[in-house]
Design a protein around this ligand. Structure first.
Ligand code: ZN
Ligand code: ZN
Length: 324
């Protein structure tokens, strides 16, 4: 470590702040100054930020030995990028670091990441609603939180979600209906509030892959899987591990009844005051494993996951994918 090393760090940090302005966050940590530089990197798309489908946060830690030692580099919060692309970027970064010891490197790292994002500016992976990949010709939407869905799928998701909300609302006494927050679209992945025009979305054709897929059949194997999933859901609900949207009921794992071993009582855990929420609505009888759940006649804690699912024909299904 040398003072000239420290000066080189502060010079580079100041240059980054001067050029990237509000796009960079520099944190100074510890007595031995260490800088953590964070910047969200997007692909180059000119001024058209609507065309940016991927992004990632580059975090670089500069400690006192830098630049004579390599900085710690991490890619965080990737959006629209799969592991393969992240691995490729990481390999490229490590090569760069190895070959450029002794030189300020942060700008070059930003450049490397940005080049990769510009080349890979299409969301990778599946639409989590239909589970089909995005293929050429599919119409898809990027939400404000950088999650991706087929327009068709997201439209159906919101239509089903709103219908379900109103069905649950109508079950409540009027005085409770007044207290319920209004319906709000939320991202099926992260539950961030989003705002999408459903009328426009629903004009999109179904995902291309769904058109060539073999017709859906509810096989015995699938039925068995449904039963298992229903049982698993019931266990999770009973443990308070399923949170409803807009749910401002008691905190998780609040026990509102004396615990006993029978199912009916277990299912009342954390249930009572959340029952006031239509948004937190469905009891066990609504989910797909009818037989497994049918034995429970007691109200169970509310489940309202963000994803209600659709059947293969693209119609909103209230009971999850694959249910009849
Ligand atoms: Zn989809
Ligand atoms: Zn999201």
């Amino acid at each position: 470590m040398s003072s000239s090393g420290d000066e080189r760090i502060t010079d580079e940090v100041q240059a980054l702040e001067a050029i990237l302005l509000k796009d960079v966050v520099v944190k100074r940590v510890g007595d031995v100054p260490k800088y953590i530089i964070e910047t969200i990197i997007h692909p180059l798309t000119g001024d058209n930020i609507d065309q940016q489908y991927v992004c990632v946060t580059l975090e670089v830690g500069l400690s006192s030995g830098y630049p004579d030692t390599s900085p710690e580099v991490a890619l965080k919060n990737p959006r629209g990028l799969d592991d393969m692309i992240l691995d490729t970027i990481n390999t490229h970064i490590q090569d760069k670091l190895k070959n450029n010891l002794g030189q300020p490197i942060v700008f070059e790292l930003i450049g490397i990441v940005r080049d990769h994002l510009t080349k890979s500016n299409l969301p990778r992976g599946q639409c989590v609603i239909c589970l089909y990949d995005f293929v050429d010709g599919d119409l898809f939407i990027k939400t404000q939180c950088y999650h991706y869905f087929h327009n068709h799928c997201l439209a159906n998701h919101f239509i089903a979600g709103k219908k379900y909300y109103h069905e649950e609302l109508e079950k409540l006494p009027t005085w409770q209906q007044m207290q319920v927050p209004p319906y709000q679209q939320t991202c099926p992945v992260c539950r961030c509030t989003v705002s999408c025009d459903v009328d426009t979305l629903k004009e999109a054709p179904p995902p291309k892959s769904s058109l060539s897929a073999p017709p859906f059949r509810l096989t015995a194997e699938l039925k068995e899987l449904q039963m298992k999933m229903a049982e698993l859901l019931a266990v999770q609900v009973a443990k308070g591990g399923v949170v409803g949207m807009g749910d401002n009921g008691p905190p998780l794992l609040t026990i509102t009844t004396t615990p006993t071993t029978d199912n009916a009582s277990r299912n009342n855990v954390a249930g009572s005051s959340r029952d006031a929420q239509p948004g937190a609505g469905a009891g066990g009888a609504r989910h797909s494993g009818g037989d497994a759940a049918a034995a429970d006649t007691q109200p169970r804690p509310p489940y309202r996951g963000p994803y209600r699912g659709f059947n293969r024909r693209g119609k909103p299904g209230r009971r999850g994918r694959g249910a009849r």
